[in-house]
Design a protein around this ligand. Structure first.
Ligand code: ATP
Ligand code: ATP
Ligand code: MG
Ligand code: MG
Lengths: 226, 226
């Protein structure tokens, strides 16, 4: 599903010193895999996730998504892939501030011009334990509740690839376990899951763990017994 | 330093069902303590922290801060207490988006009309490992780097009370340990530290752990050997 070769990402902000966020990444992820990405703060995890999720383009190197060279695509075509195939949980949630939890979750259905199924959105919120918070705006939700709205939004279109950047970062252990149980169910149904986490007990729910350090992949291991 | 009695916080949003975020909390925290607050998502931790940090007022009950009844104070007086005595690390960081890391950290010094010590701000950023990111804006920083700017900002005025809402939530284990080492140093210097965390190994750096559940304190224990 995902194949990157010689992937390099450099951020340059005007006259500022450049930041090489990804140096030379080679990586393949097959359909149906369950991968955890770990590594120090600033090591390039979110950068890699944004490229995988077709939200950003590499500076150099190749990214084949489902066999298609993403580097050559127009913004419209990238948006189409994102909306149809990928569900993305952002590290900072990126919820619309003046919008209820329910409408935040409905949004991806709008983009897909699918029949806007309010019932589907409600069920997605129920699944993450927010059946009593449909009409709250983000500022009326706790940190962990906002994170769960972001998760529900990523799942409502039933995407084949789910990318989650620290999806349990704001959650207590029990809520975190409930979210991981959802991801494991989806993986058993054949969905591909890629998540970033800094907690080893969360990474252990995955079948493969990749470590990043200073923009490079330093380790890539299958987990035993999974 | 902190004494709350019969503390109750109810959020009512117009015609929406009310949310009782805190039911009836009684709690005392002495100068120089190191307290960790834990509990499920939505259990009232951030609400309690905002009241302690003089950022919000309870619906009922009494809050004595350093012997003063906070309920009776004007907004100006509350702001004065906050700026002079309290350093607050927010769960969502609350950084100014169009502002460099350095200027975000300098801000509390401005509010205090202290001599704006750029060197002090730089040292605060160095202490959290961001000496190479002074001029980056939040969107040019990783999640964990933004969190560390928020921590540096809370520490730059050398407050006597440090309140940190999930200060290691976005940090890998090593960066999290470095931050906890800073908090432990400050506590050994006599500062009072209150932090919210959902990770037990972080809570174990504190000397006392309080558990919240559904807006109530369900457990309050000294940690052995600390
Ligand atoms: N402005 C508001 N209006 C209505 N309800 C609110 C508001 N702010 C918070 N709440 C509700 O109050 C409850 C407690 O929120 P709080 O932010 O204190 O939880 P928390 O323990 O910090 O959770 P987390 O671990 O997820 O950060 C939650 O159920 C939340 O939905
Ligand atoms: N727009 C940008 N301009 C300049 N530098 C950037 C930009 N975005 C990110 N960076 C830098 O690129 C590096 C990698 O960032 P990234 O967000 O991928 O890290 P991360 O591994 O997700 O970290 P964390 O665990 O803290 O979330 C960081 O050092 C960061 O400062
Ligand atoms: Mg990140
Ligand atoms: Mg909170």
């Amino acid at each position: 599903l995902i194949s990157v070769t010689n992937l390099r990402k450099v951020y340059s902000s005007g006259d500022e010193v450049e930041v090489v966020a990804l140096k030379d990444a080679d990586l393949t992820i097959e359909h149906g895999e369950f991968v955890a990405i770990m590594g120090p703060s600033g090591s390039g995890k979110s950068t890699l996730m944004h490229i995988f999720g077709c939200l950003d383009q590499p500076t150099e190197g190749t990214y084949l998504f489902d066999g298609i060279d993403v580097g050559g695509l127009s913004d419209d075509k990238l948006a189409e892939i994102r909306n149809k195939k990928i569900g993305f949980v952002f590290q900072q949630f990126n919820l619309l501030p003046r919008t209820s939890a329910l409408d935040n979750v409905i949004l991806p259905l709008l983009y897909n011009r699918e029949f806007i199924d309010r019932e589907k959105a409600r069920l997605a919120l129920d699944r993450v334990g927010l059946s009593e918070r449909y009409h709250h705006h983000p500022s009326q939700l706790s940190g962990g509740q906002q994170q769960r709205v972001a998760i529900a939004r990523a799942l409502v279109t039933e995407p084949t690839l789910i990318m989650a950047d620290e999806p349990t970062g704001a959650l207590d252990t029990k809520s975190g376990d409930e979210i991981m149980a959802i991801f494991q169910e989806l993986n058993e149904e054949g969905k591909t899951i890629i998540l970033v986490t800094h907690e080893l007990y969360i990474a252990e729910h995955a079948k493969r763990v990749i470590f990043l350090k200073d923009g490079e992949i330093v380790s890539d291991k299958r987990l035993k017994n999974r």
